[in-house]
Design a protein. Structure first.
Length: 400
């Protein structure tokens, strides 16, 4: 098998055929024996979560007996209290619920398109952020993580690379690297906010992986406290979809600064009326369960699988990249510069193991992404053990 890096036009994978984006790869991965592609939660229920499943008829009846508003407010209270984002609750009636984080981003992209804004988007990041804005023909420039690594240099770096932009789109913690501006300290995040205030930039935050700050046992600052006190223009999105094993039943939120609310709300209502009250009841119970068990049911699975991946893949072609925040994915660097992520992905697929090539996360510089692959960790430990063993065995058979 060739170890040469393929051209960007041809490097979508051999055995996997052409795929336009990560989601298409994730759909294909559902057909394989060992799906380590999508970051959705595929692990089994904990003992207390099984009790919730057994109570589904009661949750259904509870949803029927309560108003939509009651179900929404019950969820909002539980979710933002759990995350320690107390300041947001002061504006609880301006927290809008949508049934997927991508819907929140679609609403945001609609606003950006309407305002004809030029956007700086973090790189690397999950590619559907880029794709949603690209489909709406929003001009985008890359913001490398290195711009934000040293808090004392952030303001100056942004003056240099973001001076002509209208909005910054950041992901925290970032998917796939685990890079964070908000944990364990908020100094870096405050510098970004200060720049946006001084230079009249809109700050857009994808906080969909923020629960993993808590799962990692790290402090999460009250982001909304900083945002509201600063006077910055902002749109912030949060999510439940990557946290609990809910068979893709989920709810995401979108919230904007007061000065943007009158423009964002009509876009929200043009997209949907409400999230199912039954889903809200169900997700609320999972949040309450994690409060009761201190997030052990989520943390233990991810940590066990992370340790297994690191141990099994040590000494192979892949080197583990230590994240600032341990999320539900692991990011690995390919040690041999002659090996492309796309060719490696195709080789692994021949062994029924599906991982994601890093090229899609580097939306502006896909060739840089050829140095990385991403492995999902939210799986049953027994199945994950088999998958990572198969992955290690396939790596051992990868030769020039």
């Amino acid at each position: 098998m060739s170890l040469l890096v393929r051209s960007p036009q041809l490097s979508y994978g051999i055995a996997s055929s052409f795929k336009a984006d990560i989601t298409q790869h994730e759909i294909a991965a559902l057909k394989t024996r060992f799906n380590l592609a999508d970051a959705h939660t595929h692990q089994s229920q904990s003992a207390s979560q099984r009790t919730i499943v057994e109570s589904l008829p009661d949750l259904w009846r509870s949803a029927e007996s309560h108003s939509q508003y009651h179900c929404e407010q019950e969820f909002i209270e539980a979710f933002y209290q759990f995350h320690g984002q107390h300041r947001a609750l002061a504006r609880r009636d301006e927290i809008h619920l949508v049934y997927a984080a991508s819907i929140g981003m679609h609403i945001t992209a609609t606003y950006l398109q309407k305002r004809r804004m030029r956007v700086g988007l973090i790189e690397p990041c999950f590619d559907n952020l880029h794709d949603l804005m690209r489909h709406m023909q929003i001009p985008m420039s890359p913001l490398r993580e290195s711009v934000f690594r040293e808090p004392s240099a952030i303001y100056r770096n942004l003056e240099r690379c973001a001076g002509d932009l209208d909005a910054l789109v950041l992901v925290d913690p970032n998917n796939p690297t685990g890079f964070s501006l908000c944990s364990p300290r908020s100094d870096a995040f405050r510098e970004v906010v200060r720049f946006c205030v001084d230079h009249d930039k809109l700050l857009i935050l994808d906080l969909c992986f923020a629960a993993f700050i808590l799962a990692a046992g790290q402090p999460r600052c009250d982001v909304y406290d900083i945002l509201e006190d600063s006077g910055v223009r902002y749109i912030a999105m949060e999510d439940t979809g990557k946290t609990w094993p809910l068979q893709d039943a989920k709810c995401a939120t979108i919230m904007a600064s007061r000065d943007l609310e009158d423009e964002i709300y009509p876009i929200v209502t043009s997209v949907l009326l409400n999230v199912s009250p039954f889903i809200l009841k169900l997700v609320t119970r999972y949040i309450q369960d994690s409060v009761a068990d201190d997030f052990v049911s989520v943390r233990d699975v991810l940590e066990q699988n992370r340790r297994r991946a690191r141990a099994q893949l040590a000494g192979t072609l892949l080197g583990y990249c230590e994240p600032m925040v341990k999320t539900s994915v692991a990011w690995f660097r390919i040690k041999d510069p002659r090996v492309s992520a796309d060719d490696l992905q195709a080789h692994l697929l021949e062994h029924q193991v599906y991982v994601l090539s890093g090229r899609y996360f580097y939306w502006h510089n896909p060739m840089q992404g050829q140095r990385f692959i991403r492995i999902a960790l939210a799986r049953d430990p027994q199945l994950f053990d088999q998958a990572v063993s198969a992955l290690a065995c396939a790596l051992g058979r990868y030769h020039a």
